[in-house]
Design a protein around this ligand. Structure first.
Ligand code: ADP
Length: 453
């Protein structure tokens, strides 16, 4: 650590939920005071109760509060915060926000606005990734303008294809066409979904891989050109392209493959001149990796990497944004044991309909290897306005078998009542034979598991 760098005086956390708490805890470990922000629907939220200071930035609607740049900057200036952590979601991948924060003399804890912008548009992201030496999913070179253009590109690539939104996120704006007959409908609905969700109807085409896994690599870079990777995370258990259950390491990779994709990812990060934490996402099929996107922020599933590396990613992220050097060399990063994350949402485990409401009983699990990153407490009322993720159960075991057993033990102990949660779904998942064998792809949950529930 360089000693002439003064730590941040105060960090404003521009987020809510478990991620706001996660940042607050890291800041506390670094002895940095925090300012929480909250909407009027979140007066009783944990991130408000635990912060050193808290500022109400608007009404319940996210666009008036957590996405309200003016209110966030005013809160930072009023409280004297010299850094802003954007968390996950909301403004965390908004290049304009990062630029405005910087223009006010405040440090944005994240990469440069230029990198956020390049990676936020998947067409430019793919170009940048290709130039940085990463293998791409075969697809169109750029945006697709018309159905005729789409047909031409699809013929070159070969069906099935997937039409994806350039500004996409959260699995929205993606449509599959298995044949040319299905193309016009898929093209039209991908475009209109993209326009409605992101205000941008730019789309592009990729080969639709039939049975891939989603494997991502955590990278980490400082402002002195040091880059390391922190291994991979297996995120193939998804519903509607949204992750539900993640594990680290991936049961599909050999030691050699892990080393190759890790090195490729850190070399690309170095070539991009990237700063801070980032995640390079790949599809993996028949032993080949294909870049799909780079997330320029902390990931929801980062704790499983923390469990197997013993590092605190958020503390490291704050220190790097503060101008400090990565003190670790790649050879010092040691991967030990196995970790699993179960995302526990306030929703029905059968219909997936959100189930906000008051929690009368909250009994989290404990014992060796258990970590619960939760926003809820007994008597807390889950508001209906936001993402339904309320708790993350993170489990560590000396190997995969031990980790699976501990996850089952933790889920059996976990009580959140009376609202519906995904605990019941995870309980069934964890004792499934395919999961036990680690044999699953991104299609598995929707095609094999959910229909049999
Ligand atoms: P988002 O930013 O919306 O999360 P991604 O590009 O990361 O979009 O893709 C999300 C998920 O969609 C992937 O994890 C995978 O399940 C599926 N997917 C994306 N591209 C393809 C593809 N070319 N072939 C098959 N599945 C895909």
């Amino acid at each position: 650590m360089k000693t002439d760098i003064k730590p941040f005086k105060k960090i404003l956390i521009a987020n809510r939920g478990d991620v706001a708490l996660r940042v607050l805890r890291a800041a506390r470990d670094l002895k940095i005071p925090t300012v929480s922000v909250h909407s009027s629907a979140d007066n009783e939220a944990m991130h408000v109760k635990l912060a050193d200071e808290s500022v109400c930035i608007g009404p319940a609607k996210s666009s008036d509060s957590y996405l309200n740049i003016q209110a966030l900057i005013s809160a930072a200036l009023l409280t004297g915060a010299d850094a802003i952590h954007p968390g996950v979601g909301f403004l965390s991948e908004n290049a304009d926000f990062a630029e405005i924060v910087k223009a006010h003399g405040i440090t944005f804890i994240g990469p440069s606005p230029e990198h956020i912008r390049t990676m936020g548009d998947k067409v430019s992201a793919k170009k940048a990734a290709k130039n940085a030496g990463l293998p791409l999913v075969p697809g169109s070179d750029g945006a697709i303008e018309s159905i005729e253009h789409a047909k031409k590109e699809a013929l070159k690539i070969g069906y099935p294809i997937i039409i994806k939104a350039a500004s996409g996120g959260g699995g929205r704006g993606m449509k599959v066409a298995n044949t040319e007959t299905e193309l016009p409908e898929a093209f039209g609905s991908a475009r209109s979904e993209a326009k409605a969700a992101f205000g941008d109807d730019t789309v592009y085409i990729e080969k639709y891989l039939k049975n891939p896994r989603h494997i991502e690599v955590q990278v980490f870079a400082d402002s002195y050109g040091n880059v390391i990777h922190l291994g991979e995370r297996e995120c193939s258990i998804q519903r509607r392209h949204q992750k539900l259950f993640e594990e680290c390491p991936s049961p599909a990779l050999s030691v050699k493959e892990r080393q190759i994709i890790g090195e490729l990812s850190s070399n690309a990060t170095k070539q991009l001149g990237y700063l801070g934490l980032g995640t390079i996402e790949y599809l993996y099929e028949n032993g080949e990796f294909y870049f799909i996107e780079m997330n320029t922020r902390l990931q929801v599933e980062h704790p499983i990497t923390e469990m197997v590396t013993g590092l605190d990613l958020v503390c490291e992220q704050i220190k790097i944004a503060n101008g400090q050097k990565i003190t670790l060399k790649q050879k010092d990063v040691v991967f030990n044991g196995h970790a699993i994350e179960c995302r526990i949402n306030a929703e029905s485990p059968e219909t997936f309909i959100p189930s906000p409401g008051k929690i009368n009983t909250f009994h989290p699990p404990g014992g060796p290897g258990i970590r619960v990153d939760s926003t809820v407490y007994q008597g807390y009322e889950v508001p209906p306005f936001y993402d339904s993720l309320i708790t993350k159960l993170i489990v560590y075991g000396k190997d995969r078998e031990n980790c699976l057993l501990r996850t089952q033990r933790a889920l059996d102990e976990f009580i959140i009542e009376p609202i519906d949660t995904s605990i019941e779904l995870h309980k069934k998942l964890i004792c499934n034979e395919d999961i036990k064998r680690g044999e699953y792809s991104i299609k598995w949950l929707e095609e094999k598991f959910l229909p049999n529930l």
